[in-house]
Design a protein around this ligand. Structure first.
Ligand code: SF4
Length: 342
């Protein structure tokens, strides 16, 4: 990222967020066009490699062992099965393969299997992303050496609202993992969830934290809560769709070079709302019928929507070139002995 990038104050970000919607959308679309082809969307495919039984207490999550969501826990998936699924996803057009495990953090005994998954998916020509919970510096380095492109670790919400949603770890823990990942030279994917009972200021504060990280995340997933029966947020009030669009547009302006991903919650969005999110600067989605454990629109309906809107999928490794330079520099700075991945 350029050294001259803007550091945002909460007041500046709030002023952006609060401006008349048409002005906000126009500004977001203008910024979007300066950095991306507005008619291209990055497609990611998500696979749960270890479902349920998580010791954490995230109030929105069906995979927490502390909630009674009826989800049964599974063991870590075998490498060959993951690779077979990844091959199918690649053949269906996905360019990034995201693998998620419901852990507080990976255990040493899991690392060889995780490394084999990363190496295998990369060998298929796809970008790799993992979400495995908290990572220390050494774990981050191991994943970087295996060739991991992205690590997803959402900050979820604002620092002020965080303890109302999760008590088993702190907001600072999240930031520490993001820093370990960044130092290892892995690209960061980090965003949040809207509809956790937060207010507009929490949404803005979350974006300020993300935008002001030492490097803004390469990918910023913005999720809309899908309330799950048996979780503490089962009856959470839905977020107003316009507020959702405002958050996407504000994220686009504050993080102009990041892929802003319209993530969970698309099943509850009309075509018109999704189109508005794309106009506001969202340029990435998950494809496939399930997102870890939640429903996602069927691929046919996504392709129909793309065709109506004239959107085309991005190809693998279609990045802003500066992002790759930054990654190479970070890898070398972290450890000159690490082989630099291209
Ligand atoms: S969101 Fe992740 S860490 Fe939290 S309970 Fe669910 S699987 Fe565990």
């Amino acid at each position: 990222m350029p050294h001259s990038r803007k550091i945002w104050t909460a007041a500046e970000a709030r002023a952006l967020f609060d401006q008349p919607l048409m002005d906000l959308l126009f500004q977001a679309q203008t910024v979007h066009r300066q950095h991306f082809d507005p008619n291209r969307i990055q497609l990611s495919r998500l696979l749960s490699i270890k479902t349920g039984g998580c010791p954490e207490d995230c109030s929105y999550c069906s995979q927490s062992a502390r909630h009674d969501s009826g989800l049964s826990a599974s063991k870590l998936m075998e490498v060959q099965r993951v690779l077979a699924e990844a091959r199918r996803a690649r053949d269906a057009g996905a360019t990034r393969y995201c693998m998620g495990a419901a852990w507080r953090s990976p255990k040493p005994r899991d690392m060889p299997q995780i490394v084999a998954m990363i190496e295998g998916v990369k060998a298929l020509g796809m970008e790799t992303c993992m979400t495995l919970g908290m990572l220390d510096a050494d774990q981050s380095r191991q994943l970087a050496e295996a060739g991991l492109d992205y690590y997803n670790h959402n900050i979820d919400t604002s620092e002020a609202h965080y303890a109302k949603v999760i008590t088993t770890r702190s907001f600072a823990d999240r930031i520490d993992t993001l820093e370990n990942v960044r130092q290892a030279g892995i690209k960061v994917c980090s965003g949040g969830i809207l509809g956790l009972g937060e207010g507009a200021q929490d949404r803005v504060d979350m974006l300020v934290t993300l935008a002001n990280l030492p490097s803004p995340p390469d990918s910023v997933p913005i999720n809309m809560l899908i309330p799950v029966a048996g979780t503490p947020l089962a009856d959470a009030a839905p977020i107003d769709p316009i507020d959702f669009v405002r958050t996407i547009a504000t994220a686009r302006i504050m993080m102009p070079q990041s892929h802003v991903r319209l993530s969970a919650g698309r099943t509850a969005m009309s075509d018109e709302m999704q189109a508005m999110c794309f106009f506001a600067g969202a340029n990435s989605i998950f494809v496939g019928d399930t997102l870890l454990t939640k429903d996602n629109p069927e691929e046919e309906s996504d392709m129909r929507l793309f065709s109506k809107l004239g959107l085309q999928p991005m190809v693998a490794h279609e990045h802003h070139p500066e992002a790759d330079e930054v990654r190479r520099a970070a890898l070398l700075a972290a450890d000159p002995a690490i082989p630099v991945l291209r």
